[in-house]
Design a protein around this ligand. Structure first.
Ligand code: F6P
Length: 322
């Protein structure tokens, strides 16, 4: 394969730029022509495709976001538009595509691959919700960003002897809340994968309070079945302690990628390029037991998530009031 293209799609994630850089430079190093597609599948449909040179990806390694920009394309969910996308790639002579994104982006890639275009999925999302891989690019940075916020919130929550609910992103996946909650010392972690009722949350907070905790932190995934303001109100009534809510929002999605994300991005993108160079069929690149792996794209998307119950239980023990 001689001509390949890269796009980023869906929610951006820190480390996407590191992946773009690695894909461009590894491709050029192997003697390939590498093209960048602007604004994900939207840009593909509009033919926004440009050649990328070695220096076009200079000084982006440390930047959050994506230099290629991104979009959530509703058009690309329709077969006729996927066909249009395949035609555009053929017109440009592009033989293989690297898609950096999450589940929806990979599904778009799978449809393209059914039309004969090999597609390599590089996992880029802060949600860590691609079940076939242990980690996705951006997750580590987002967890660390949330940890910084928790640390600041802890200061003021403690001074005012309050309960603070911090709602983090993650869509339907609780990983961001779980990992930030464990590492940030949350009293209670609320995730979509585990059901818990309001009385139990109040009981745990009260238990902490009665055992001498001067304040409480609840880390809640946005996909958990609670409305933060309502929960805060109930907690105030049931525990007699003031409660506040914090929704950091997009702050979690920006920022300079961590070492782990730059490393994962560089390795997965390099693998994707090598697979295309060797005329591989469509794959999803990921990490398993610390090693970079490549699974058939369709099979990878069929794997269902397993929530880390052990980690969740450990976090619950460590956050208890005794
Ligand atoms: O998938 C990444 C993510 O940040 C999710 O955590 C969140 O639910 C969603 O994107 C927000 O999407 P948008 O940028 O369209 O508001």
């Amino acid at each position: 394969m001689k001509k390949i293209a890269i796009l980023t799609s869906g929610g951006d994630a820190p480390g996407m730029n590191a992946a773009i850089r690695a894909a461009v430079r590894c491709g050029i190093d192997l003697g390939m022509e590498v093209y960048g597609i602007d604004r994900g599948y939207e840009g593909l449909l509009d033919g926004d495709i440009k050649p990328m040179g070695w220096h076009s990806v200079g000084d982006i390694l440390q930047r959050g976001g994506t230099m290629l920009r991104t979009a959530r394309s509703s058009r690309f969910m329709e077969g006729r538009w996927v066909e249009h996308g395949a035609k555009i790639l053929n017109t440009f002579g592009i033989e293989g595509l690297i898609v950096i994104g999450g589940d929806g982006s990979f599904r778009g890639g799978l449809e393209l691959s059914k039309l004969g275009i090999p597609v390599m999925g590089v996992p880029g999302t802060i949600d860590n919700d691609l079940a076939y891989t242990e980690y996705t690019i951006g997750f580590d940075t987002a967890v660390n960003t949330v940890l910084g916020l928790i640390s600041n919130i802890r200061d003021t929550s403690s001074s005012h002897e309050r309960t603070t609910i911090i709602e983090v992103m993650g869509r339907h996946c609780g990983d961001l809340a779980l990992h930030a909650g464990l590492a940030g010392g949350a009293d209670v972690i609320l995730v979509p994968e585990v059901s818990i009722d309001t009385n139990e949350i109040c009981r745990r907070v009260l238990e902490g309070q009665q055992s001498g905790k001067v304040h409480s932190l609840i880390v809640m995934a946005e996909g958990a079945d609670f409305e933060p303001e309502e929960l805060a109100k109930t907690l105030e009534e049931m525990t007699g302690r003031e409660a506040r809510t914090v929704v950091p929002g997009y702050i979690q999605r920006g920022g300079s990628p961590t070492l782990a994300d730059r490393r994962l991005a560089s390795l997965t993108a390099a693998k994707a390029v090598n697979l295309l160079y060797n005329d591989s069929e469509s794959k999803a690149i990921g990490v398993e037991a610390g090693k970079i792996v490549a699974l058939d794209l369709d099979k990878a998307l069929d794997i269902t998530s397993e929530f880390d119950t052990n980690l969740y239980e450990l976090a619950n023990v460590l956050g208890k009031g005794k």
